[in-house]
Design a protein around this ligand. Sequence first.
Ligand code: C5P
Length: 234
Amino acid sequence: MNPILVALDVDSADKALALADQLKGAVGGFKIGKQLFTAVGPSIVRDITALGEHVFLDLKFHDIPNTVAGAVASAVATGAWMVNVHCSGGSKMMRAAAEAAATTADRLGRPRPLVIGVTVLTSMDEAALAEVGTSRPVMDQVVHLATLAKAAGLDGVVASPLETAAIRAACGADFAIVTPGIRAAADVGKDDQARTMSAAEAVQAGATYLVIGRPITGAADPRAAAAGIRAQLG
Ligand code: C5P
C-alpha cells in the first residue's frame, strides 16, 4: 500500500474531514492523535474509516494490562486499522494489547488492527532517560524496547528516522516501522523536528509507513504535495 499516513493534527471534525476528503486515495491513511480524538471523540475514526480509508489511532496507551486491553478492544470497535501502546508498559501489557486486538477483531468479524509500540519518545534525550532511571543510551533503549515489543507479539514500532535502520536490523523484515519526522529534502533539519529525513531516505533506511503532517497538511495544495512525496518513493 501507499506508505504515507497523514497526521490530522487539527482540532475539529470539519477540518479533519475536509483534509481526508481532499487527500482520499492519494495517501495510505490518516493518523488521528490525542488532540483530534480528545476534541471530537471516536466518531471521527468511524467517519474516516467509512470513507474507505485506513486510520492509525495514535493514542499511545500506557496503563495496567487489563485497562490497555479494554482500550484496544474499544479501538477495534471504531474500525481503527492501526493502534499503539507504550513499550515501557512492559511485556505483559503489550501481550494483553495484542491479544485484545486479535480476540476483539475475531468477535466483531473485523480485520485485526496492527498493534504498534512506542519505544522512546523522540522528545527524550539521554539526560531525560537518565532522569527517569534508564541508564542506556537512547539508541540501545530503542532497540531493546523494539525487541521486547516483537517478542510480546506486537506488529511493529514507531521510530525516528535515525533509529529505523538499527530496528530493522534487530527485528527483521516483517516488523513494521512507522516513521514520523519526514521533511522535503530541502527542509531536512528545519522547524521543531530535530531528527528528520526525506521520505525516500526513511524508506531506504527501512521504514514501512511514513507519518507526515505539516509538509502535506500545511501545503497550498495538500493532494499535490502528497503525490509529489509519493513520486519520490519510486
Ligand atoms: O507535522 P509533522 O510531519 O511534524 O507531524 C508528525 C506527526 O507525527 C505529529 O502528529 C507528531 O505528533 C507525530 N510524531 C512525531 N514524532 C514522534 C512520534 C509522533 O513527530 N516521535
